[in-house]
Design a protein around this ligand. Structure first.
Ligand SMILES: [Fe+2]
Length: 209
């Protein structure tokens, strides 16, 4: 299969003033498209080989969950570009112009795991602010169905550790620098205004059913 850039579920300017139109446009059409193109180019190298059949029909999420089955010579390219594709696909869908109140089963689980929603917000924000260099902050469901918060460098996806990401924040400079420059903490704070908790709740239910 050929991997494709998904459409954004809203306009490029829809997340303003929290994330500006120019950043969204470049982020989606240049950065995310770049990961998709490079992922396809890497997988194309094995077209026609028997090993290709093992992974050519896999979704990008399954490719990452089965990263050890991917041929060694393209594994790093799949980690970086498949990770980039999967991470950004999730990122677009867990944001919305209006944001939404933190409600649903996921919020009950958050309160249970972190003591309060505020504690969770603090832990997640800290992970986002302290990730050195490029990377992501995550809220994931682990194999025991419990919630965890951590950050990863580069485009490393939690899917490679068999974890299910349900909320992710891109802290690469390309995601905020035009509007926030060096003020990553302001970007992290603004992100909380545009989280689509309905979608996060949906992903939580999918991951725990
Ligand atoms: Fe990004």
């Amino acid at each position: 299969m050929t991997h494709e850039l998904p459409d954004l579920p809203y306009d490029y300017n829809a997340l303003e003033p929290h994330i500006d139109e120019k950043t969204m446009k470049i982020h989606h059409t240049k950065h995310h498209q770049g990961y998709v193109n490079k992922l396809n180019a890497a997988l194309d190298k094995h077209k026609g080989h028997t090993s290709h059949e093992d992974f050519s029909s896999m979704t990008v999420q399954n490719l990452l969950r089965n990263i050890n089955k991917v041929p060694a010579d393209i594994r790093e390219a799949v980690v970086n570009n498949g990770g980039g594709h999967a991470n950004h696909s999730l990122f677009w869908e867990i944001m919305s112009p209006e944001g939404s109140k933190p409600t649903g089963e996921v919020v009950e689980a958050i309160k249970q795991e972190f003591g309060s929603f505020e504690n969770f917000k603090e832990e997640f924000s800290e992970a986002a602010k302290t990730q050195f260099g490029s990377g992501w902050a995550w809220l994931v469901v682990n194999k025991e169905g419990k919630l965890e918060v951590f950050s990863t460098p580069n485009q490393d996806s939690p899917l490679m550790e068999d974890l299910s990401p349900i909320l992710g924040l891109d802290v690469w400079e390309h995601s905020y620098y035009l509007n926030y420059q060096n003020k990553r903490p302001d970007y992290v704070e603004a992100f909380f205004n545009i989280i689509n908790w309905k979608q996060v709740d949906h992903l939580y239910k999918e991951a725990t059913k």
